[in-house]
Design a protein around this ligand. Structure first.
Ligand code: SPV
Ligand code: MG
Length: 545
C-alpha cells in the first residue's frame, strides 16, 4: 500500500518529468494484474469495460454499472485508476455527481471527451462524430473541478477534433480552452497509423499542461519519439481485454475440438494462481483469528494399518477400512462423519495395502513397518497431525453420529467413549474392557466418571468391568501434552512395537491424567469378521444419520 493517496499518485504521474505509462484494465482481476506487472496506474477503458460485458462502446453500459466495476478494481489495487468517463454521461450536473461517486470509490481521476452523449468509439466512423460545443464542455470541466473533494483528483480533457476531421488549429484551440477551464491534462487522440498529427499537436502545445496520448493506431511508433516530444502519459488502452479475447478463443476452440483438457492444462493459469490473485491465503489466516468455531484446531487420526483377521478374501487387495459397507467404505464413513463435525484435518495411518487407501478429504501417512508393529507405532507416524484438539479412532468402527457429536461437545482435556451395555462385554469380546471410577448411571446427566484401566482381563482387581472402550478418544488443550508425554515415555521403554492405544490410555491414568468417560449404550460396532461385516450392512442402513 502506497503512503501517497491515489489521486496524488495520479497527479504525480501527470506532472512527472518522465514519460509515464498506464495500462487498461476492465475488472478487479485485470486491475490487479496491471499492478503486479509494475505499472503505476490503470486506465479503466470504456471500450474494455463495455466489451467485457459484450455490449457496445456507446454508453450501453450505464454509468452506475461502470462505477460498480470500478469499485472492484479500486478495492483490488493500490495504484491510481484513471476512468475513461466518455462524455461524463450527461451534462455538467451528471459530471458533478460522477466525480463525487468516483472519489467515494477512491478512483483517482476521470477523462472526459468533447463529444455528445451517447458517444461512439472514436475508431468507428470517427470523422462523422459531432463535437460538443466548447463552452458547454468547459462548463462540464469546471463543474467537475468544483465538485471534487480531494485537491489532487484529476480531470483529463480529451480533444476529439482530430478524430472528427477538424484540423490542428481547432484541436489546439479546444485544448487551450479546456486547460483554462481547469483541466489537469489534455488527451489528444488520433486514429491515424502514423503519429504525425499527434506530434504536431505536441510541438504546438509546448508545455502548457501535461499531454496524454493513446497510441492504439500508431502503435509502431518507437516510444523514444513520445519521450522526445515530451508526452507526459501514454495509455496502452485496450491490450488486456484483447489478450483475454485471443486467449479465451484459443482455449474454447481447443476444448471444443479435442473434447479433452489435456492440450489446454499447461497453457492456462493454474487454479492456485487464481487463489493467489484472489488473496485466498489471507482468508485462511483470518479464519484462524476470527472463525475459531469452525474447528480449525481440531484434527482426527484414523488408525488403519493392520489387515484385520478373519476376512481373508475381502482384505486380499485392500485393508479392512476400504471394504464397502452398504455402498460406502468404512473409511469414507469416518471421513464424512468428521467433516460433518467441521473437522477437516483428517489423517489416516495406513500400513497393509496402504496403496488401496483412497479417500478424498483425508491425508494418508504410512506405517511402513505395520507387520511388526502395533497401534502406537502407527500413532507416531501421525504425530504431525496431533493438533490442539485431536480425536483418535480405530478405522474399523461403525458408530451413530451422535456419539461423535457428544464427544465433541465435552470440554474435558482427555475423553474416552465407553459402552456400558452388556452385549459388548459378552464372551469373545474380552479386549478393551473398561474399569471406571463409577458404573454408568443412566439417570445422571453428564456424570463425572474417570477411567481407571483398560484391560483384556474380565476381572481386573477382582472387579467386573464397567463397559468396553469403543476405540474412540479425544485429547485437547493440556490433554494433548499429557498424551504426547505418555507416548514418549512408552516409546522409551521396552516392547513399544507391540503396544496399542489402551496401553497409552493406561499410562495416562498412571501419570495422574485419567481420561473422563463418556458412557454410551450400544449404537456402535467394530468389524472383526465376516459375520460382523454382515451385521455392519444392517447397522449402516439403520443408522446412516
Ligand atoms: C477507450 O479505451 O475506451 C478509449 C480509447 O476511449 S479509444 O478506444 O481509442 O477511443
Ligand atoms: Mg473510451
Amino acid at each position: 500500500m502506497s503512503a501517497v493517496n491515489k489521486p496524488t499518485q495520479l497527479k504525480n504521474l501527470l506532472l512527472s518529468d518522465r514519460t509515464e505509462f498506464i495500462l487498461e484494465a476492465h475488472n478487479g482481476l485485470s486491475a490487479k494484474i496491471v499492478e503486479e506487472a509494475g505499472f503505476s496506474g490503470i486506465w479503466a477503458s470504456g471500450l474494455a469495460l463495455s466489451a467485457q460485458h459484450a455490449v457496445r462502446d456507446n454508453n450501453e453500459l450505464s454509468w452506475t454499472q461502470v462505477v460498480n466495476v470500478l469499485e472492484f478494481m479500486s478495492d483490488a489495487t493500490a495504484i491510481p485508476i484513471l476512468l475513461d468517463g466518455d462524455t461524463g454521461y450527461g451534462d455538467f450536473n451528471n459530471m458533478r455527481r460522477l466525480v463525487r461517486k468516483l472519489e467515494q470509490r477512491d478512483v483517482a481521476g476521470v477523462c472526459i471527451e468533447d463529444k455528445l452523449f451517447p458517444k461512439t468509439n472514436s475508431f468507428i466512423q470517427g470523422e462523422k462524430q459531432e463535437l460538443e460545443d466548447i463552452d458547454t464542455f468547459c462548463g462540464k470541466i469546471k463543474a467537475g473541478k468544483d465538485a471534487q473533494v480531494d485537491d489532487d483528483f484529476c480531470i483529463v480533457a480529451r480533444v476529439e477534433a482530430l478524430i472528427a476531421g477538424w484540423g490542428l488549429e481547432e484541436a489546439v484551440k479546444r485544448g487551450e480552452a479546456y486547460r483554462q477551464a481547469g483541466a489537469d491534462a489534455i488527451l489528444i487522440h488520433s486514429k491515424l497509423s502514423q503519429p504525425d498529427e499527434i506530434l504536431a499537436f505536441a510541438d504546438e502545445w509546448g508545455n502548457r499542461c501535461p499531454l496524454v496520448i493513446v497510441p492504439t493506431k500508431y502503435y509502431s511508433t518507437p516510444t523514444e519519439v513520445f519521450r522526445q516530444h515530451k508526452i507526459s502519459l501514454v495509455i496502452w488502452a485496450n491490450h488486456l481485454v484483447r489478450t483475454n479475447i485471443a486467449a479465451m478463443q484459443a482455449t474454447a476452440r481447443t476444448l471444443f475440438e479435442s473434447e479433452s483438457l489435456v492440450d489446454v492444462e499447461g497453457r492456462v493459469a493454474t487454479v492456485s494462481e487464481i487463489f493467489r490473485l484472489q488473496g485466498a491465503d489471507e482468508l485462511l489466516e483470518a479464519e484462524k483469528i476470527y472463525a475459531k468455531s469452525a474447528r480449525q484446531d481440531t484434527s482426527a487420526i484414523i488408525l488403519a494399518a493392520s489387515r484385520g483377521q478373519g476376512m481373508d478374501e475381502l482384505t486380499r487387495t485392500r485393508p479392512k477400512v476400504m471394504i464397502p459397507v452398504a455402498g460406502k467404505t468404512v473409511l469414507r464413513r469416518h471421513v464424512d462423519r468428521f467433516k460433518a463435525q467441521g473437522i477437516n484435518d483428517i489423517t489416516v495411518v495406513g500400513g497393509y495395502q496402504s496403496e488401496a487407501i483412497d479417500v478424498q478429504g483425508s491425508a494418508l501417512v504410512v506405517n511402513e513397518d505395520w507387520e511388526n508393529s502395533d497401534e502406537l507405532v502407527s500413532l507416531t507416524c501421525a504425530l504431525d497431525s496431533v493438533a490442539t484438539d485431536t480425536v483418535l479412532i480405530y478405522g474399523d468402527l461403525l458408530f451413530r453420529s451422535y456419539i461423535l457429536n457428544n464427544l465433541m461437545d465435552w470440554d474435558g482435556e482427555l475423553l474416552v467413549v465407553v459402552d456400558s451395555s452388556p452385549i459388548h462385554q459378552a464372551q469373545g469380546n474380552k479386549h478393551d474392557l473398561a474399569y471406571c471410577s463409577a458404573p454408568d448411571d443412566r439417570a445422571m446427566y453428564q456424570q463425572k466418571v474417570t477411567l481407571e484401566q483398560i484391560s483384556s482381563a474380565g476381572d481386573w482387581n477382582g472387579r467386573n468391568p464397567d463397559g468396553r472402550w469403543i476405540g474412540m478418544m479425544r485429547a485437547r488443550g493440556g490433554g494433548r501434552a499429557h498424551l504426547l508425554e505418555a507416548l514418549k515415555q512408552l516409546q522409551a521403554g521396552a516392547g513399544f512395537d507391540s503396544l496399542g492405544l489402551p496401553d497409552l490410555i493406561n499410562r495416562l491414568v498412571l501419570n495422574g491424567h485419567a481420561p473422563q468417560v463418556q458412557y454410551i449404550s450400544g449404537h456402535w460396532m467394530d468389524i472383526n469378521n465376516l459375520e460382523d461385516l454382515q451385521r455392519a450392512g444392517d447397522f449402516a442402513h439403520r443408522h446412516d444419520s
